[in-house]
Design a protein around this ligand. Sequence first.
Ligand SMILES: [Zn+2]
Length: 223
Amino acid sequence: MPSNYNRNMDVTDFVLECRHCANKAPTEILVQKSLVEQYEDDQDPRFPLQWDVGFIYQVLRCYSCKNVTVYELAVHTGLDPEYIDRSNDKILYPCGPESPGALPGPIQAAWDAAMRVRKIDPNAFSVLLGRVLDVICVHENSKGDSLYKRIEHLAAERIFPEHLTKAAHGLRKLRNFGAHGDLGHLDEADAPLLQSLCAALLMHLYTVPALAKDAEERLEKLK
Ligand SMILES: [Zn+2]
């Protein structure tokens, strides 16, 4: 284990983006257990080699929202002696928001942006999911001077079947409530519905066709 790891036992020396509240900051370490093991290669006694490999498990608590995260630190001092590479670390809890697969880049970016505010504010969440809908319309070359008309255009082009057109309008209307305080406001209990509506549209447009293609390719190889 890197020697400096015990010095600041109570605070991480890295910035964590909290999945509960999206705050980005060093985080309090409540508990930590190292399962890192030392390996040696002394085949050549003039140059004995030694390195540490394994994981350190931490229970962390966000200073902002006080919620707990379980974090897995990956250690490999042979590859990363200074231990500055965080790319192999994992947040084990809470689970990340599931994203529908095979989304085009700009749509994935819009979805990810929405997911970051999901737990913070359902009204902001609805507005950003509305942006996903906007980006879908751009990506599908939909025409019209309002979101209503652009959804109707996709329906007329049969890009959205009837039930998904209703889902898209449902999301659009909820977005309007979220965006305009004078109409009313959404609360936490509305977030799962908003997310499911948007995910249903994305699955239909991008995930299911990609899965069907995967299945075809797999079947082709089995022939
Ligand atoms: Zn937090």
